[in-house]
Design a protein around this ligand. Structure first.
Ligand code: BG6
Length: 475
């Protein structure tokens, strides 16, 4: 083990992320303002941890000033959240703004700016309006793409003078993969065609919002946030390598290639056709995707993905699923975050950075989410009641270490945004796994208090020196 102190470049962002629905808890919501998340909860409450849903969340809408003060104390320069599409409008067809809801974001964004914190705002973090899900099948519909563009315009009109860093989607692949590909989430409907249609319509919506942004000459940048799973093959065998390559094609390149290069990989289009996956796309839409590319990509990185060649023949009576080509590989001896069931492998940051350098022309990107959710953190409180989350400090340190090493080797990684600033509601896991620098005490009216990691992050931002104990193999 060696003790190292590594300087953090001045322009490397040290911030934190969250989303509207996981924090806001707005009580003014009207009956027609549910989001997909709300109806998932309403229809399938028993799968949510202790029956806890997103209704109150961290009560940010009433306590934003307290949170902004804490951001300021810690020294955050950037904070990312979303605007909740389902709440921002009262009428989705005509894009009528809900003035009551929007006024809270007016205040929150202004409070951040007054405290010297740059707001980074995302337009959709799973907050598809339920009405559009029921009426049109959500992102399967081109009409919904048009309605999203109208919504985006209203948000830009209201905030473009305040917000200079925008993002279209957060993790656009997630909902349809859980719902329509794996059928493990409400409404549990396996349909690979629908899965691909949602993928494509979200790529199209991204390009259309970029087009809108450019046509109106809004100042600042427009990006998107993806969650590629850094994928490793079990071995160097031809078969395992092919399994990893195809896993990457179906789950990562389906969004990475349009974002960075403006087009789908030809091999993906061919394989979808070979397996009779039907999705509605036109040359004109592909041209829009090509022409209107994002300025930057935020990347959410939590854990590695490991695969091996498929060992069983695919049941030909089943609809096509990319698992036709791979099986999960369970690495013996892997280091785990047992609370979340996710492997810890911080080198994913370096490997992803090198990939962007080599395969995507070293385009601009940054770590938009990374963090560690831990169950029952109360057990780590010291006698002063402060959670001693050294495991989180180690986790963050190692991921930043690999980012800095990548930058040293020429990567174009612009920063590190922790998930999350405060503990918040997780899809299905509710408040089970805590991610925050700031504890939210549910027993004490959601009182906020800094964890040990918050004091550590404050020092990191102030000194811009990463002090780390490193296993010699990584030096
Ligand atoms: C990311 C999402 O995938 O992971 C967040 O953008 C989410 O919304 C975070 O909360 C952590 O995952 P989870 O399921 O433990 O909350």
């Amino acid at each position: 083990m060696s003790d190292l102190t590594i300087p953090i470049p001045q322009n490397f962002i040290l911030g934190a992320s969250s989303s509207a629905w996981q924090t806001e808890g707005w009580t003014g919501k009207k009956e027609n303002q549910d989001s997909y998340i709300d109806i998932w909860y309403k229809n399938d409450r028993h799968v949510w941890y202790e029956g806890y849903g997103p209704a109150i969340a961290t009560d940010l809408i009433n306590r934003y000033q307290e949170d902004v003060d804490l951001m300021k104390k810690i020294g955050l320069t950037h904070y990312r959240t979303s605007i909740n599409w389902s709440r921002f409008l009262t009428d989705y067809e005509n894009a009528i703004v809900d003035e009551d809801y929007a006024s809270h974001y007016d205040n929150f964004i202004t409070a951040m700016l007054e405290s010297g914190i740059t707001p980074m705002i995302c337009l959709e973090h799973y907050e598809l309006p339920a009405e559009l899900f029921y009426k049109y099948g959500g992102w399967g519909s081109k009409h919904v793409v048009e309605l999203f563009t109208k919504y985006a315009q209203k948000v830009f009109e209201r905030y473009n003078h305040l917000v200079k860093r925008w993002f279209v989607f957060n993790e656009p692949i997630v909902i349809q993969t859980r719902v329509y590909l794996d059928a493990v989430r409400w409404p549990y409907e396996q349909n690979t065609n629908t899965w691909m249609q949602w993928n494509h319509n979200k790529n199209l919506a991204t390009a259309k919002v970029v087009q809108l942004f450019r046509n109106n000459n809004y100042q600042g940048t427009i990006g998107t946030i993806l969650n590629p799973e850094v994928t490793y093959a079990r071995s160097n065998s031809k078969e395992d390598q092919q399994a990893a390559k195809l896993y990457d094609l179906f789950y990562n390149r389906v969004f990475l290639d349009p974002a960075f290069n403006g087009e789908y990989p030809q091999e993906l289009i061919e394989l979808l056709a070979k397996h009779h996956v039907k999705w509605d796309y036109s040359d004109q839409e592909l041209e829009i995707i090509k022409q209107y590319r994002v300025d930057e990509v935020g990347i959410n990185l939590y854990f590695p993905h490991r695969v091996k060649a498929a060992t069983k023949e695919w049941n030909k009576n089943m609809p096509f699923h990319p698992a036709y080509y791979y099986e999960p590989f369970d690495l013996p001896g892997k280091i785990m975050n047992k609370s979340r069931g996710w492997e810890i492998y911080p080198k994913i940051v370096y490997d992803f950075a090198m990939r962007v350098k080599q395969e995507y022309n070293n385009k601009s990107w940054f770590i938009c989410e990374n963090g560690m959710g831990i169950e029952d953190e109360k057990r780590f409180k010291n006698s002063d009641g402060i959670i001693q989350d050294d495991y989180r400090i180690d986790f963050i340190s190692m991921h930043i270490y690999w980012a800095l090493k990548a930058i040293n080797d020429g990567a174009n990684c612009g920063g590190y945004m922790l998930w999350a600033f405060t503990d918040n509601v997780s899809p299905m896991n509710a408040f089970k796994n805590r991610y925050g620098l700031i504890e939210i005490n549910l027993e004490k009216n959601r009182a906020r208090s800094m964890k040990k990691s918050a004091f550590w992050f404050e020092k990191l931002i102030k000194t811009r020196q990463l002090a780390i104990k490193l296993d010699d193999q990584y030096k």
